[in-house]
Ligand binder design. Structure first.
Ligand SMILES: CSC[C@H]1O[C@@H](n2cnc3c(O)ncnc32)[C@H](O)[C@@H]1O
Ligand SMILES: [Zn+2]
Length: 432
């Protein structure tokens, strides 16, 4: 098994016992086997020695909600509210997407995410074999789910559910365990109650978690009350969704009581600050969720509502917006925000061995070039990463012990080809 040592590095570990280490880290196969001030073995004992001076090493960022293929629609429907944006812009265009388009859009997104330091992403979409193949090819870690919208005939519902089940079964644990799967009713407003119940049953049968959009806008909450007499949290609780491990995207409009319900069921919330701001959906009650002990993580959502997949930006937004709306400068601290984007992201998708630089953890980490003006003076690197760093600072990315980005270049994907094919797909779609 190959043994690599990174020497003379600055390590931001996300391990509370030793948050910052100046020293070295050893990787054997796909695991971190040592991190500390002194090298554990003589220099000649390693297959590879990497000089980490001038670099900050930290866990890879974990993007817990998105629709990668939607990068094809970046800039296609700006400055609109969610329902209008979905109905008038996204769904008509997505209706024209072929598997090839999903492949092109997903590969573009994966390239962007890798270069910006994201090592794991969650994706809910259609044509998911293309998404899984992009994960295999690129080396990224992924938690994937065929999202289903049930506003269609029973036959089409059946076909979509069968496809979601087959996808989840076939891909769970693939790519050396880098791929895991979930089951996804898109939302309470796009899936009739009996369809949600059938998806929950399938998740039980497959022993898989559920991922869904919920309580993203005030309008959605009101319409749920009008249609079903319940707010979305009570509605999904009644349909048994929370009887499965659940990751909810958005959760913007929640009452104190609903936060308690989510805590009781250990439901996890993917906070998508950039997308929520852009779609004017509101600001999630993250300080209250954290105070109640709900596990919160960060997501970009699709690039059509963000409009990038820059997780460092989401970390910064998470640290900033809650100060702004509450008037409390410690509403979400820098270290809390960074935890949401790394360790808690991994925990939110039930990955217990990624998200920190620690002995025994999977080797999913990134390096930032800290020999730049905005990282000086070298005082508090947690502060510098959250408030000063930009995605361009990411120079190297290692996932599952494999380098996928070195010196800013993706080693697993042909960048020019990926960009060309995405442009071609967009042009074909808009010409139709
Ligand atoms: C069934 S595949 C996923 C589906 O979700 C749509 N989508 C993208 N962003 C959002 C969002 O913020 N809220 C709800 N739905 C969203 C996307 O267009 C796909 O159709
Ligand atoms: Zn979404």
């Amino acid at each position: 098994m190959k043994k690599t040592i990174i020497e003379n590095g600055t390590f931001l570990t996300m391990n509370e016992e030793a948050p910052m280490i100046q020293g070295c880290m050893v990787i054997e196969g796909n695991r971190i086997t040592y991190i500390g001030e002194e090298a554990p073995l003589p220099a000649g004992s390693y297959d590879e020695r990497i000089d980490g001076s001038g670099k900050l090493f930290m866990p890879g960022l974990v993007n817990t909600h998105g629709h990668a293929a939607m990068s094809l629609l970046r800039g296609y429907g700006d400055d609109m509210a969610l329902q209008v944006w979905l109905q008038e812009k996204m769904w008509p265009m997505e209706g024209k997407f072929t598997a090839q388009d999903v492949r092109a859009g997903t590969r573009l997104s994966v390239l962007e995410m890798l270069k910006g330091g994201t090592t794991t992403f969650v994706d809910m979409y259609d044509h998911m074999n293309e998404v899984a193949n992009a994960a295999v090819e690129s080396g990224i870690r992924a938690c994937l789910t065929r999202g289903v919208i049930g506003l269609c005939s029973r036959e089409v519902q059946d076909a979509k559910l069968a496809e979601a089940i087959a996808f989840a079964k076939n891909w769970h644990g693939q790519a050396d365990g880098r791929i895991t799967t979930m089951m996804s009713p898109h939302s309470p407003y796009t899936c009739p109650p009996d369809y949600i119940e059938r998806i929950v049953q399938a998740a039980h049968d497959l022993n898989l978690p559920i991922h869904t959009h919920m309580s993203e806008t005030a309008r959605e909450v009101q319409e749920n009350v009008d249609q079903y007499g319940l707010r979305p949290v009570a509605h999904l609780e009644k349909l048994g969704v929370f009887s499965r491990p659940t990751l909810v995207a958005h959760g913007v409009h929640l009452t104190d009581e609903e936060i308690e319900v989510l805590k009781r069921y250990d439901v996890r919330i993917s906070h998508n600050p950039g997308s929520n701001l852009k779609l004017a959906s509101g600001v999630a009650r993250v300080p209250e969720l954290l105070k109640a002990g709900v596990l919160v993580s960060l997501g970009t959502d699709g690039a059509a509502s963000n409009n990038n997949l820059d997780m460092l930006e989401e970390v910064r937004l998470a640290a900033l917006i809650h100060k702004g709306v509450s008037g409390d400068p410690v509403a979400v601290s820098a270290s809390e925000a960074l935890k949401l984007g790394t360790l808690d992201g991994a925990r939110s998708i039930w990955l217990d061995d990624v998200g920190a630089l620690q002995q025994g953890m999977k080797a999913d980490f990134i390096a930032l070039d800290i020999d730049q003006p905005h990282f000086y003076p070298r005082t508090n690197f947690i502060s510098h990463v959250v408030y000063s760093a930009v995605s361009k600072d990411v120079t190297d990315v290692c996932i599952d012990g494999r380098w996928v980005v070195r010196k800013g270049e993706c080693l697993t994907m042909d960048e020019e080809k990926v960009k060309f094919e995405a442009q071609q797909s967009f042009e074909r779609l808009t010409a139709l």
